[in-house]
Design a protein. Structure first.
Length: 376
């Protein structure tokens, strides 16, 4: 972890578990101006790690017979997804990103271009939307009116936050409860998580780090975005949590205590999906699969919002867990083609992952570098 800090990361904190043993640590600062140290128990905006929580909530409703995985979404949300598209796209396709519905983010933040073609990007839209409260249907409409990324149910998916906003609307339709409230009562509280919440405003309650966004070198020095209204991602990526809570959640999920074992088996049926960073990942229903020779198969998710990155992975047998949080995002500057350049932080994180996931360092370095690094 000290290596990650020395490579240029302001602060990093983590929790690693193996069997009954727990290690927590931190390196660096939570505030570059004051030098306030970062601590391992701090709260973090965990971004798309939220998607596993949302997927688990949908599977709970599948178990109750209120949702069918292979039913068309138009059956539940005919006004949001009308016509032929609503009949072709199933709930499963939303969960595993094979719906062909593009991400709404380039529309909500119009100066943002799809990764990695970012030469025209500017930070103004980040500041303009800092306190804006988006409506989910407004964001969904942006995604649905953009050109499709492929045919529904295609062999390869394309990662899209629009899918999970639709799943939030689906939960509200079948439960009669706001998605964030349902998730809190039936997933967060069921898992016994004490520091995991959907914030109801732009600020994080409790001890936390500032969260610095570099935007590929376009914001220099990086700017703090720890105060930000998370309505722009909602049930797709708005959660605040701790690394302890994330390890507890994934441990219980893989142990069949959040959804049934049959539902978990559905969540672990993967397809290739192109992530936001351009890489291809093995993606199930709200779960990433990461296989490292000499170390094992891990399940979990990564996530990023402005200034904050999180990765949480649990080995398939549940005996080894890693959750890591960093407080600087998009540290790579762009080359002339708009492609992010390699940075020492990338290598330092790979080393940290290898040690945290495998302990003895036996994992192949090039495979450990394939751990999701805040690409979604």
């Amino acid at each position: 972890m000290d290596g990650v800090h020395l490579a240029g990361m302001p602060g990093v904190h983590a929790e690693v578990r193996e069997g009954g043993q727990v290690w927590r640590g931190a390196s660096g600062v939570a505030d570059v101006r004051t030098g306030r140290p970062i601590r391992p128990g701090m709260r973090q905006r965990v971004g798309s790690v939220t998607k596993t929580f949302t997927a688990a909530a949908v599977l709970q409703q599948v178990e109750k017979g209120r949702i069918r995985l292979d039913a068309p979404i138009g059956r539940y949300l005919p006004r949001l997804v009308p016509g032929e598209r609503g009949e072709e796209i199933t709930v499963r396709m939303l969960l595993n990103h094979t719906s062909g519905i593009p991400d709404y983010l380039p529309c909500a933040f119009p100066s943002l271009k799809e990764f990695p073609s970012l030469p025209d990007i500017s930070p103004e839209s980040l500041d303009d939307n800092r306190f804006r409260k988006f409506r989910p249907a407004e964001l969904v409409k942006m995604g649905l009116t953009a050109p499709p990324t492929g045919r529904p149910g295609g062999p390869t998916g394309v990662y899209s936050n629009t899918n999970y906003l639709l799943l939030g609307q689906l939960l509200e339709e079948v439960t009669g409860t706001e998605a964030e409230q349902y998730l809190t009562r039936n997933v967060i509280e069921r898992a016994g998580l004490r520091h995991t919440v959907f914030p109801d405003g732009p600020r994080i309650e409790g001890p936390h780090s500032r969260m610095y966004e570099a935007l590929y070198g376009l914001i220099e020095p990086p700017r703090d975005y720890s105060v930000y209204h998370m309505s722009w991602v909602g049930p797709a990526a708005a959660l605040v949590s701790t690394m302890e809570d994330l390890n507890r959640f994934y441990g219980k999920l893989l142990d069949g205590k959040i959804v049934s074992q049959s539902s978990l088996a559905q969540m672990q049926r993967t397809v290739p999906v192109r992530a936001l960073d351009g890489t291809t990942i093995d993606y199930g229903l709200g779960l990433h699969k990461v296989s490292i020779p000499g170390c094992g198969t891990f399940w979990g998710h990564d996530g990023t919002v402005w200034g904050a990155g999180t990765t949480s992975l649990t080995r398939a047998d549940g005996k080894r867990q890693m959750s890591v949080a960093v407080n600087l995002m998009r540290w790579n500057k762009l080359d002339s083609s708009g492609k992010p350049q390699h940075h020492p932080i990338d290598d330092a994180l790979s080393t940290l992952y290898r040690q945290a996931m495998c302990g003895n360092g036996n994992a192949q370095a090039e495979k450990a570098s394939q751990v999701p690094a805040f690409g979604s």
